[in-house]
Design a protein around this ligand. Structure first.
Ligand code: SF4
Length: 278
């Protein structure tokens, strides 16, 4: 068994994907798998609804251009200016600010704030929802089973944690009992994510799960309908897919996540070769 086959088997895709002859393309079985899977992501702790969107966010959502006709084109979600709260902080100051932050109630029960980890000059930025129990204890994002699955997902497209990849979350502190985040918490923490993006200057952002997608793109998004599109965050292409914690509970959707990662890799390659729709 090849390393790639081992990785895909680890993702639960071994019986579905056979990439030895066509490493960049999906085999036809995926449509059958996708049809058999739930098409609309349910509201779950890893994929919850935003229950208290501000009127401003709802207005932006109504005005957002989310055309589905051109999946490879950048889709502009909105055009807000970056928040100023963390502006001009360097990496050390930003990390210290996050670890000392008390700007929302999530600070009250955290063990550690979790700023992120990885290559500060990475081409790839991966943004999840928020720290879970193990992340809260260790102070690192994406550890435990979900982290192991994310590592397998990255490996399957030729990436490795810490090598040209930076991992972070939309909020840096664990929600108590891993409850759904609300819009005020996502908004309070957004300046830190915004500053991380300014510092890293990634060439592509992969967003994992609905809350993170809504925080970054500032529009009401469902992963099932946003997949296969390339959104825009201040000129940086953004691809959305399911959170690995959701995939652990819904393994049939791993096939969709694999499609999305292949799509993201094609976007990166197309833009590297000057063929992107920017
Ligand atoms: S979640 Fe973000 S805004 Fe809230 S206390 Fe933690 S670092 Fe501050």
């Amino acid at each position: 068994m090849s390393v790639r086959e081992s990785i895909l088997r680890e993702m639960g895709l071994g019986p579905i994907w056979r990439l030895r002859d066509a490493p960049d393309t999906e085999v036809p079985d995926v449509e059958a798998v996708a049809d058999a899977a739930v098409d609309v992501a349910p509201d779950t702790p890893a994929n919850p609804p935003l229950r208290r969107l501000s009127s401003e966010m709802l207005s932006m959502a109504r005005n957002a251009d989310v055309a589905a006709e051109a999946p490879a084109a950048l889709t502009s979600a909105e055009s807000r200016e970056p928040p100023a709260a963390a502006a001009d902080l360097d990496w050390d100051a930003l990390t210290q600010a996050i670890q000392a932050c008390r700007d929302c109630s999530l600070c009250e029960q955290r063990t550690h704030a979790v700023p992120g980890i990885g290559d500060h000059q990475a081409d790839w930025l991966i943004v999840g929802e928020g720290p879970g129990a193990e992340e809260d204890v260790q102070g690192q994002p994406f550890v435990g089973k979900a982290g192991k699955l994310l590592d397998a997902m990255l490996s399957a497209i030729g990436l490795a944690r810490g090598e040209n990849v930076y991992l972070t979350n939309a909020v840096k502190c664990r929600p108590p009992m891993s409850r759904p985040l609300d819009a005020s918490e996502l908004a309070a923490c957004f300046p830190y994510l915004s500053r991380q993006i300014e510092l890293i200057k990634p060439r592509l952002i992969v967003v994992l799960g609905r809350p993170a997608a809504q925080a970054l793109l500032n529009t009401d998004i469902r992963i099932a309908s946003a997949r296969g599109r390339c959104f825009d965050y201040r000129g940086i292409p953004v691809v959305v897919t399911y959170h690995p914690a959701y995939l652990l509970r819904n393994p049939l959707d791993k096939a969709k996540a694999w499609e999305d990662l292949c799509f993201a890799r094609r976007q990166m390659r197309d833009r590297s070769s000057g063929n992107g729709d920017t």
